[in-house]
Design a protein around this ligand. Structure first.
Ligand SMILES: Cc1cc2nc3c(=O)[nH]c(=O)nc-3n(C[C@H](O)[C@H](O)[C@H](O)COP(=O)(O)O)c2cc1C
Length: 312
């Protein structure tokens, strides 16, 4: 049993952890205290993708408290979207400074901001002057090299950030190679803000190791680990549970039901469920033939039937 009160965050994963996923997961497996939404990118001229904001409406988000995430490098556009989210009831916004994809990082967005000290300083200055919301930041330890975040931390310390989430990889690594606990530790030492750890918490052993390594942290973010093992948080919390294949199927059925009620096309649902099943497939050790079957499925119901029939 855990003694320290740990808080668990569901990581934002674009294309996966939308409102339907967050709700279905919470109903079936529970365990999270909070979720961060996948990023909403601001578009030039105070615009944004309406469907991403629509996903944050109350009606889709009763199961888990959520912090919306914005990716932007334009202060005005950021303020406009954050204010709209405030009107929708969101009092804390998360600022994405960690996205590694070249279309973002190569254009001074996401992780591309890590070395832009003056730009971020100006941006935060303008944002804090003009938004009613609290602000947290999600970032990495560097763009190309470990510890590149350290100079930016001096900027972060000038502002009343709510908390800082750090993935201990560089953007160049994307999700490859290992996380750097030393660089994470250095960042924590330099930061005046509360820190949330995010990276490779794939098992109870990995979590216990991270807790031992960083005893001053009590906020933890889980991403791919819950896709490989949706029972992970129950294991970590030391709760009694039984590995119940029916629960996994219930999750998929309620997810599809929520997608359909939200009006998503079967084509989009198929893609989303396939992505989740590939993760489940690895985590639960599905035979290759089953994974091949997932790949070939052209209908949501065929895909669900295949998944229901897997014995593990
Ligand atoms: C498919 C995928 C999509 C992601 N989308 C986002 C995103 O929208 N915003 C963000 O800040 N991080 C995003 N991330 C990073 C995760 O939030 C998390 O920090 C990272 O996966 C490390 O945690 P993990 O090892 O527990 O998965 C994404 C990661 C993956 C694998």
């Amino acid at each position: 049993m855990m003694k320290t009160k740990h808080t668990f965050y569901m990581a934002p994963m674009l294309g996966i952890t939308d409102s339907c996923f967050r709700s279905a997961f919470t109903q079936c497996f529970g365990g999270f205290d909070l979720g961060i939404s996948p990023f909403i990118r601001t578009l030039q001229g105070r615009r944004y993708k309406a469907s991403s904001v629509n996903d944050l409406h109350d009606q889709y988000n009763n199961e888990l408290i959520v912090q919306p995430q914005i990716m932007s490098n334009q202060a005005d556009d950021f303020v406009h979207l954050a204010s709209h989210l405030f009107d929708m009831g969101y009092h804390t916004i998360n600022f994405n400074m960690g996205c590694p994809v070249p279309t973002a990082a190569g254009r001074a967005r996401g992780a591309g901001l890590i070395k832009e000290l003056d730009r971020v300083d100006r941006l935060l200055d303008h944002v804090f002057e003009n938004i009613p919301n609290r602000l947290s930041v999600k970032t990495r330890i560097g763009l190309d090299h470990d510890n590149e975040l350290l100079p930016m931390i001096k900027v972060f310390n000038r502002y009343p950030l709510h908390e800082v989430m750090i993935h201990p990889r560089t953007a160049k690594q994307k999700y490859n190679g290992s996380v750097n606990h030393d660089a994470f530790h250095s960042a924590c030492k330099a930061l005046d803000h509360q820190v949330v750890y995010s990276g490779d918490l794939f098992s109870k052993e990995a979590f216990d190791h991270a807790v031992k390594r960083h005893p001053y942290i009590n906020k933890w973010m889980f991403g791919r680990g819950i896709l490989w093992d949706p029972y992970l948080l129950q294991k970590i919390r030391g709760e009694n549970f039984s590995l119940n294949p029916a629960q996994k199927n219930e999750f998929l059925l309620s997810l599809v039901d929520l997608y359909r009620r939200k009006g998503l096309s079967d084509h989009i649902i198929l893609t989303k469920i396939k992505t989740i099943l590939f993760y489940f497939g690895v985590g639960f050790g599905y035979p290759r033939s089953v994974i091949r079957g997932f790949r070939k499925s052209r209908k949501v119901d065929d895909l669900l039937r295949l998944s229901m029939n897997v014995v593990y």
